[in-house]
Write a protein that binds this ligand. Structure first.
Ligand code: ASP
Length: 298
């Protein structure tokens, strides 16, 4: 786990060792078995979301409340960031008034790392533009681990808008470190040389993968729109392709899903899909991360 300053933060999957990841899984399992007390009663967390979010924001809110935390919510419209206050000054303010943990989503890659050095409160990166999204990755990994109990040699295909996806980046780092064989499916213009050169077609991916991780097309980060039907046929998961997947293979997607674009509408809730399971796991995995940070358990 990364130690910047005097407290611990979760900013990037690159800062977690395999032991850290497994330790977080065992805390998650412990929490799943039952958590009678809210260990952080009367303490404060803040969720600062300067980019849109449904799942991450609500999931953190529930996780924090289940742990007994009081939660402050700030977004781009109601914070002094609209008056020109820097993210660092906003976070320093929250720290000064007694907030011990802040979850931050904002658009500048790596900005939180520069703030973290001089802050005592714990920071969690809730998604930094096209950078990283470590808690999404942890909940994805946990969902994979529930099914396969090991990552070594697991064939994982990550398919979609790689260039703009913080989810792809966090998962590519972590899965590779854990020993999975990671390959990628994408349009040539969405390839990301910083990730890998291991590109395959969607047809190759469905034939060989154990885990197919689909990504949303990040329309908000594009200049041009992508035609939905032709994308599904060339790069997406059609019913015909799903039928060719291995019996034990699973489908992940961080959501929101563009139904009929990355994946056929009917497959979103199909037998192989773990999309809603990922969301369920997200709450307990985030509880584990918060507990680990606030109690110094890693
Ligand atoms: N919810 C994920 C994220 O915030 C994936 C997405 O938006 O496509 O990165």
């Amino acid at each position: 786990m990364n130690l910047i300053g005097s407290r611990k933060h979760l900013l990037s999957m690159k800062h977690l060792s395999n032991e850290d990841i497994h330790q977080l899984f065992s805390i998650t399992r412990e929490i799943e078995k039952g958590h009678p007390e809210a260990p952080f009663n009367g303490r404060f967390a803040a969720n600062l979301f300067l980019e849109p979010s449904t799942r991450t924001k609500s999931s953190f809110h529930i996780a924090e409340k289940r742990l007994g935390l009081e939660v402050l919510h700030l977004d781009g419209n109601d914070s002094s960031i609209t008056k020109g206050e820097s993210l660092y000054d906003t976070l320093k303010t929250l720290e000064s008034i007694g907030v011990e943990l802040a979850v931050v989503r904002q658009s500048e890659v790596g900005l939180l790392n520069t703030c973290a050095e001089d802050l005592d409160l714990s920071l969690i990166n809730g998604g930094d533009g096209c950078g990283e999204h470590p808690t999404q990755s942890l909940l994805d990994l946990y969902t994979i681990d529930e099914q396969f109990h090991s990552f070594r040699g697991l064939r994982v295909a990550i398919a979609g808008d790689l260039k703009h996806s913080r989810v792809a980046r966090s998962n590519a780092y972590a899965l590779t470190q854990l020993g999975a064989e990671v390959s990628f499916v994408t349009k040539p213009e969405w390839q990301d040389p910083s990730l890998t050169t291991n590109y395959i077609t969607m047809d190759e991916a469905v034939d060989r993968c154990d885990v197919l991780m689909l990504l949303r097309i990040q329309h908000e980060r594009h200049d041009q729109t992508t035609a939905p039907t032709s994308y599904l046929e060339q790069y997406g998961l059609t019913k015909e392709r799903e039928a060719r997947m291995k019996d034990h293979a699973i489908i992940l997607h961080p959501a929101p899903v563009n139904r009929g674009v990355e994946i056929d509408h009917e497959l979103v809730e199909s037998r192989k899909s773990r999309i809603f399971r990922q969301m369920k796991n997200g709450v307990t995995v985030r509880m584990a991360v918060i507990r680990a940070l606030l109690k110094g358990e890693l």
